[in-house]
Design a protein around this ligand. Structure first.
Ligand code: SF4
Length: 212
């Protein structure tokens, strides 16, 4: 591991020791649905609607038979809610019909669920199965570029591959959560709190904005 990687790990452990998934769920399939719902919206917004959704439909069976219009009315505060409502029902049906009601762990099986792409599958693999994935969201993408781990025009898959190369496998899951929280609270998209941050010496954004 490089000095830079170790420094980042130690710093994030110092300020965000207990970072964890911010989506609420109590059953395996609820996590899959919550992650799918979180595309382009905040975890808080998802938690507000998923609380109602999972109480109204408390089992996989009930969710698989839910009325599309009713699911739309519950989640309509979320962007893309029409597609997402359809996916809620289809995911429940797929897990029930194709996987005996248990969320599968392989990426191929997860991505066979309708509405589940690479990032959602990776989040589920980390969170439910503790498998060493490094899902890249908007915060991790931005921070990786600011810290010169990835290049500005790298796509999400390239950023993920570079993160996996830089950091040891046993740190992937924790770092994933820590970087998301770091992006929400300190290294924000607009007006990052650089004066509070100890990563300045590795930061391209800091050099470009404060040292020129
Ligand atoms: S110095 Fe600023 S831009 Fe760089 S990582 Fe820290 S908060 Fe983010």
């Amino acid at each position: 591991m490089t000095d830079k990687a170790k420094y980042i790990i130690d710093y994030l452990d110092e300020i965000l020791k207990d970072a964890r998934c911010a989506l609420n769920y109590s059953k395996d399939y609820e996590l899959v649905i919550a992650v799918m719902l979180s595309a382009q919206v905040t975890d808080n917004a998802v938690n507000k609607v998923s609380d109602v959704l999972f109480k109204r439909y408390p089992t996989l069976e009930s969710l698989s038979q839910a009325s599309y219009d009713d699911v739309c009315s519950i989640i309509k505060s979320l962007g893309l809610y029409k597609n997402k409502a359809q996916n809620v029902i289809l995911i429940a049906q797929d897990i029930l019909n194709n996987f005996d009601g248990k969320v599968p762990s392989s990426k191929k099986d997860l991505m066979s669920l309708r509405g589940v792409g690479n990032k959602t599958a990776n989040v589920v693999r980390c969170e439910l199965f503790s498998l060493p994935e490094f899902p890249v969201d908007t915060h991790i993408n931005r921070i990786s570029k600011r810290l010169n781990i990835a290049k500005e025009n790298d796509d999400i898959n390239t950023v993920e591959a570079k993160l996996k190369k830089v950091f040891p496998r046993d740190h992937y899951i924790k770092l994933h959560h820590q970087l998301i929280h770091f992006g929400r609270t300190i290294c924000k998209s607009l007006s990052p709190k650089c004066n509070e941050c100890k990563l300045q010496k590795y930061c391209k954004y800091y050099k470009d904005n404060y040292l020129k």
